[in-house]
Design a protein around this ligand. Sequence first.
Ligand SMILES: [Zn+2]
Length: 348
Amino acid sequence: MTSHHHTPWNDFIKGMPKVELHLHLEGAFTFPTLHQLIQKYGGAPEIRTIQDLRHRFAYSDFPHFIETWKWKNQFFRAPEDFELSVYETLRDLHSQNVAYVEAFYSPWDFEGNGISMQSITHAVLRAKRKAHDDFGIQCALIADINRDFGPERGAERVDEVAGFRGQGVIGIGLGGSEHQYPAELFVEAFAKAKQFGLHRVAHAGEAAGAGSIWGAVRALEAERIGHGTRAIDDPMLIDELRTRRIPLEVCLTSNICTGVVRSLESHPVKDFLHAGLVVTINTDDPTMFGCTLTDEYIALFERVAASPELLRTVGANAIDSSFLDERGKRELHEQFDRYWKRAPHDAR
Ligand SMILES: [Zn+2]
């Protein structure tokens, strides 16, 4: 976890009201929560303290990362485990002044633990209501229908998601292997979701190239693109994204951790901003990648050398790119604009 010096701008960014649009709840648990669940289920070798647990999440390579992801999933076995974890995640987001989050969750990943999509969804919805009562944070859920299970299961999963419409599940996302399961396979699932009145987003241009983003935009009519990093390789695609104002859910630290880009400095986010794309900044799997939304904004500001104006634009983009209704957006914009009246004088 990076820690930043107290500078006027860093403190300002920490306090800035924020909207998070690309966060997977399964990658956003807190270490104290996971430690508690490990104890509940009889402990794990070598994990005595929370510090031991933090060390368990220092990966040697990508296979180790995947192994660690699966390892921690085994400690989520009962509805109350999900309820506790999501509540604590929302407490943490609130402490970063995240006012609203559209969070992915992948309830079908836990079928092997003997827990149904429905009972996980009910538990997560309880957590988000309780967090709203206690901290005022708003949360909506987007169910990730993993590409790897194929188009038929994808369409079936959309039916299951539709059962929770109006209760806080607002849409579907498309994750999983971009290379093996291109967007075009999921046309039916996305059309169905649209008929149900669900929002539709897709990861694209993270593992695969610009063609994968074209597929999400053209075949699926995705309302936002998760990552979209490889759009940089295709000027026509950049034009399309700008003209249609399709937001990109950019996740800087995630892209470095998974090797999509080599460094922050070589990330195309700066080009996207200068091309006038609707860029938003997000964390993807904050606990797994050791990042926070505050740190991501600070990195954008300090190391991508975004100006205060660009910082403000990116923050406001997240409000506009959300699936809140007009009134919800207006309220957040008012809060955001009020806060920006206190911005430091830029003396850098
Ligand atoms: Zn993601």
